[in-house]
Design a protein around this ligand. Structure first.
Ligand code: AP5
Length: 229
């Protein structure tokens, strides 16, 4: 089983590339941001606890996201990676948006030790600040299923309507100017330092996230070993 973490600043394209990598390598994909946004949409107790924190652009507490990741990886390890009803076992896991603090690195180490899963590649997807800002300010998402769009590079077939489910497309609450500024600062202070730690462990792969999604994906695939399944 292969284990991959995607690191990178807000808006660099982690979600866009994770969807492709998941498909290409048959991975179980966990985006902590997606799980937390879904909890907010569902109005669950978890959603109620994290809504305001997420909208402000700050990080939710380590222990809360740690529980989400522990639960997903434990299921994967216990089931030998065969989700009920699919018949096909994922060939590994892809974490997108976790870990993003030193404390979360320790949580992930503990979960991996407990489950017997291993982390093979930590991919730092990076791009200049102006590229990241353009992607964030132009991003639109389906308010229902979370499908991703962009006002320039990925328009829906019918303006304002999700191609996948037909529901309205909106701007993410944390893509406001104020929240984006906060997220970029939090990334520099809390998450960027993790690259050095994974570099010391010899599993850091740095990938240029600029250019069109296909070009980025080709570089990403090559960085993690490249073979399509
Ligand atoms: P999260 O959802 O993880 O957000 P993020 O890390 O800020 O990343 P984004 O989702 O903003 O961007 P992305 O890199 O996925 O880019 P995307 O593919 O969408 O977290 C959100 C919040 O949840 C956090 O702020 C925090 O509060 C909380 N949270 C989550 N995880 C947590 C954790 N571990 N600990 C604590 N709190 C946590 O692309 C952006 C746009 O660009 C899209 O419109 C896309 O279409 C476009 N695009 C992408 N690639 C390209 C390309 N190559 N060319 C042109 N356009 C492109």
């Amino acid at each position: 089983m292969i284990g991959i973490v995607l690191l990178g600043p807000p808006g660099v394209g982690k979600g866009t590339q994770a969807a492709r990598l998941k498909e290409a390598l048959a991975l179980a994909h966990l985006s902590t941001g997606d799980v937390l946004r879904q909890a907010v949409r569902d109005g669950s107790p978890l959603g109620a606890r994290v809504k305001a924190v997420m909208e402000s652009g700050s990080l939710v507490p380590d222990a809360l996201v740690g529980e989400v990741v522990e639960s997903a990886l434990s299921v994967l390890a216990r089931s030998s990676g065969t989700p009920a009803g699919t018949g096909a076992a994922p060939s590994g896991f892809l974490l997108d948006g976790f870990p993003r603090t030193v404390g979360q690195v320790a949580i992930l180490d503990e979960v991996l030790a407990r489950t017997g899963l291993t982390l093979d590649h930590v991919v730092l997807l990076d791009a200049p600040r102006d590229v990241v800002l353009r992607r964030l300010t132009g991003r639109r998402v389906c308010g229902s299923c979370g499908a991703l769009y962009h006002v320039d590079s990925k328009k829906p077939g019918k303006a304002g309507t999700c191609d996948a489910c037909g529901n309205p497309i909106v701007q993410r609450p944390d893509d406001s100017e104020e929240s984006v500024a906060r997220r970029l600062t939090v990334y520099q202070d809390e998450t960027a330092p993790l690259a050095a730690e994974y570099g010391r462990r010899g599993i850091l792969r740095t990938v240029d996230g600029s250019g069109d999604p296909e070009a980025v994906f080709a570089r990403l695939l090559s960085a993690v070993g490249g073979a399509l399944v």
